[in-house]
Design a protein around this ligand. Structure first.
Ligand code: GLU
Length: 513
């Protein structure tokens, strides 16, 4: 443990300093990204710093891979921190379990000043006490059995544990109201004699958060409204310790469509990894999270916009505009935003975003060739405007990477074929067979095998020649080349597949009719 004196808060870098302080107790919660996005927006706007602190004092709920998942998901969203356990910084260490020695002197000071006291009550005794209070319809809270007692005095009474905890002695006239950057003056409930040091020697959240926010020079604490009831305790600790408190901004809670606070147990999308797995773009999720607590931004031309980049948001962000009531999590809205953001991407970038999904579904290997990548780019341009989520890519892209004999005709596609399908395919085979595809791909030479040419030949032969309505004429051809009833645009698909593949696939379906 380093014994270095902490840098005075005023000498730490950054005009403002904000932090997100997740506990690594499982799959990261979407709330962590939500807080981080507001933290980072304000920090960037003010030329400040954004700090990631890992609050791992709850040893019972710790999960080994959770910390890494926090790093991965926040980085995926582009919500990157200036200081943190993995990147270091002037207030190291940034993991609370590595700061145990830091908290002790603060506890000693509180004990010496009479603001805190030892409590030996065993967990069983506390449970009994609580049950009794509930039966008697009394307010629940610690009954101060240990207050003012020495260890020996306490040991003479029942329900005494070996190792004591340390509790705050909440004064009767505790100030329970405070000013919040978002909601203005807030009245919180009177706190209980909160435990600040546990029997295992670890501080509780309440002590650690105050000590660390102070030592790390945090100027603005941004956290969910569920922490409002804790703030009076924190303000007491600041006062007792003679420390300047930060500003507080309690963010509206993320709520599900039934207005209930979202939880990982009830809502799969409370897990941050869910969005990545389900094909959402980080740009869309960041935009969506901003809208959970903030109105549409006003663009330079005065119009309101729901679609905005993180930078646009950060430039315009104001605490007073955060909506304390929040809004409900609407996944349809997220889908819409995702589609919008998908269409915004440069096509090469869009193709890259598809890769992990195509690799996971074995459409492509994890080391695709240049030829495969070029083909993917062409396909990406065809499907970019038709997709809502990246997870839809596999179905649309796979036919372009399967060998011709691997095309399986889906049942619903086959069901749509009718007695004229054979005739249509024969006509297509004849007319497409005549298109010259020489020179395809050669520099400076144009092949005739182009979507435009394919389209005009097919129209002439099938719609005009056979008199089949355009709406139904191309169904069998689409089914032949993709195996599906719905596919990317047909003529462009044929161009990408090339003449040989197209004819092979038409021929294969024809033989089954
Ligand atoms: N560790 C707390 C959490 O998991 C942090 C709360 C705060 O930001 O003060 O949410």
């Amino acid at each position: 443990m380093s014994e270095t004196t902490p840098i005075p808060a005023g000498d730490l870098p950054g005009a403002v300093r904000l932090r997100v302080a997740p506990s690594p107790t499982g799959d990261p919660h979407v709330g962590t990204a939500y807080m981080s996005m507001f933290d980072l927006a304000f920090a960037r706007q003010q030329g400040g710093r954004f700090i990631l602190r890992i609050e791992d004092t709850d040893r019972a709920r710790l999960q080994a891979d959770s910390e890494q998942q926090i790093y991965d998901t926040l980085r995926w969203l582009g919500l990157t921190w200036d200081e943190g356990p993995d990147v270091g910084g002037p207030c190291e260490p940034y993991r609370q379990s590595e700061r145990l020695e830091t908290y002790r002197p603060f506890v000693e000071r509180l004990l010496a000043a009479g603001h805190a006291y030892h409590c030996w009550c065993s967990p069983e005794r506390l449970t009994q006490m609580r049950e009794q209070q509930q039966r008697r319809k009394q307010p629940t809270g610690y009954d101060r059995m240990c207050l003012g007692k020495t260890r020996d005095e306490r040991a003479a009474l029942p329900g005494c544990a070996q190792t004591p905890v340390v509790r705050m002695l909440i004064p009767d006239d505790v100030e329970t109201s405070f000013v919040d950057l978002i909601a203005g003056r807030i009245d919180a409930p009177v706190p209980d004699d909160q435990v600040i040091l546990k029997a295992d020697g670890f501080p509780t959240y309440h002590l650690a958060v105050v000590v660390d926010d102070h030592l790390m020079g945090i100027t603005h604490v941004v956290r969910g409204q569920e922490w409002i009831s804790s703030t009076p305790k924190h303000l007491l600790l600041y006062r007792w310790l003679g420390l300047e408190p930060p500003h507080f901004a309690h963010m509206p809670l993320l709520r599900d469509e039934k207005k209930a606070k979202i939880s990982k147990r009830k809502n799969p999308w409370a897990r941050l990894t869910w969005f990545r797995e389900n094909g959402y773009l980080p740009e869309a999720l960041v935009n969506f999270l901003a809208l959970q607590g903030y109105p549409p931004i006003v663009a330079d031309n005065g119009t309101e916009r729901e679609v905005f980049t993180f930078d646009e948001f950060a430039q315009r962000f104001e605490w007073s505009k955060v909506n304390p009531a929040g809004s409900m999590f609407n996944l349809d809205k997220l889908d819409w935003l995702n589609g919008v953001w998908m269409r915004e991407l440069e096509v090469g970038d869009f193709a890259c975003r598809l890769l992990p999904f195509l690799e996971a579904d074995c459409v492509l290997s994890d080391n695709p060739s240049l030829g495969e990548l070029a083909r993917l780019r062409s396909v990406a341009a065809l499907i970019q405007s038709r997709m809502v989520k990246l997870t839809e890519a596999t179905d649309l892209v796979a036919p372009f990477f399967l060998s011709d004999d691997m095309i399986v005709i889906a049942d619903d596609a086959r069901a749509q074929l009718d007695d004229r399908s054979a005739e249509v395919i024969d006509a297509a085979l004849a007319v497409l067979g005549d298109i010259d595809d020489h020179g395809r791909g050669l520099l400076g030479s144009e092949s005739d095998w182009s979507a435009e040419r394919i389209q005009s030949c097919l129209r002439e032969a099938i719609v005009e020649g056979l008199g089949v309505k355009a709406r139904v004429a191309f169904g069998p051809l689409r089914t032949a080349v993709s195996g599906r009833r719905i596919s990317p645009p047909l003529f462009e698909s044929m161009e990408i597949l090339g003449k040989t593949s197209t004819l092979n696939r038409l021929q294969a379906l024809r033989e089954t009719l």
